[in-house]
Design a protein around this ligand. Structure first.
Ligand code: TRP
Length: 322
């Protein structure tokens, strides 16, 4: 089974990115053929500072490699290194109904957040469809917020196949119910735009400060505590079944102090990510080594991309000579 996913290089990696996407990706590697890329063309729809885009892209690459993405076993690249995707996007654009695009909720959300409406932002779902369809993808594991984009990709692929005969592989979405919502320190969805994240590779001080400001209720010390709270949910992500039960028992017994739990949680996070942090520091210091890995990945990705784009050009009549 070929599994594909992309992540926008949007700055500091946080627990939400890690648990909703990256850790899953890395696990997929063992039993599937994983295609994974850093979506810098997508980032261009909202970032117009070259230095920021370059740095975020490089950092996202190092994050993935440090966390265990294996560039030999999987295919790992930066989106703009395989520009065929923009060619496919144009072809798909001509088969994507405008009405379909008008219904994009993520576009509306972005405009409501104050982003400048540009055509890239508007066509974002078509580029994402091209990402998926260019690699004969079977499965796309995404969060709930990307579900509509997946539906659009399927829609466009079906339309293309109906017109020209079976050409594109129609993908399936895999929306994980368990980890789809990682709460931020204020209890809303963890997201950079809400400024409520717990970054993974920041300094100890920053991480500690974020953890200490996780919202809690004012239940007095001699009362039991609610487990439907962000501290409990976040800490649980790092615990096995037995440890989770122990934590739940402590919440159900009067006497627990949130401050103590927060310190334990902080130590747990630091221990958990320590080996990854060391690996990441090494990569950051060796950009040439990282670029070599990316070249290798782009070459692997291109092999598939070229085959599919040829197929598409053949079916659609863009390839005009025999
Ligand atoms: N839109 C996705 C996000 O913001 C990123 C993305 C781009 C993606 N292309 C993709 C995800 C293709 C899966 C498949 O999270």
């Amino acid at each position: 089974m070929r599994v594909l996913s992309g992540i926008q290089p949007s700055g500091e990696l946080h627990l939400g990115n890690y648990f909703s996407m990256m850790s899953k990706m890395i696990r997929y590697q063992s039993e599937n053929e994983l295609f994974c890329f850093i979506a810098n063309y997508h980032a261009l729809t909202t970032v117009s500072n070259s230095e920021v885009l370059r740095r975020n892209t490089f950092n996202a690459v190092c994050d993935f490699l440090a966390l265990g993405l294996n560039p030999e076993k999987s295919t790992f690249w930066v989106q703009s290194d395989v520009p065929h995707v923009t060619e496919l996007m144009w072809i798909l654009s001509s088969h994507a109904g405008k009405g379909l695009m008008d219904r994009s909720t993520s576009y509306k959300d972005k405009i409501n957040q104050g982003l400048k409406p540009n055509m890239g932002l508007y066509s974002y779902p078509i580029l994402m469809a091209a990402d998926i369809l260019l690699f004969d993808t079977n499965l796309v594991p995404v969060g709930k917020d990307q579900k509509q984009h997946l539906e659009m990709a399927k829609d466009i692929a079906n339309k293309f196949n109906n017109l020209y005969g079976d050409t594109l592989v129609v993908p399936k979405a895999n929306i994980d119910k368990e980890t789809q919502l990682i709460p931020g320190i204020d209890g809303q969805k963890m997201s950079k735009s809400y400024n409520n994240t717990i970054p993974i590779f920041s300094s100890d001080m920053v991480i500690k400060k974020r953890i200490m400001s996780i919202v809690t209720d004012n239940a007095p010390i001699n009362e039991t505590k609610s487990k439907k709270t962000p501290l409990f949910q976040l800490y649980s992500l790092f615990l096995d079944e037995k440890e989770k039960k122990d934590l739940a028992n402590r919440y159900d017994t009067p006497g627990v102090r949130y401050g103590d739990i927060k310190i334990e949680f902080y130590e747990k996070i630091m221990d958990y990510f320590q080996p990854f942090r060391e690996k990441r520091n090494k990569l950051i210091k060796n950009p040439d080594f990282v670029f070599e890995i990316l070249n290798f990945g782009a070459e692997k990705a291109k092999k598939v991309a070229i085959e599919v784009i040829e197929r598409v050009k053949n079916s659609s009549g863009l390839k005009y000579s025999k």
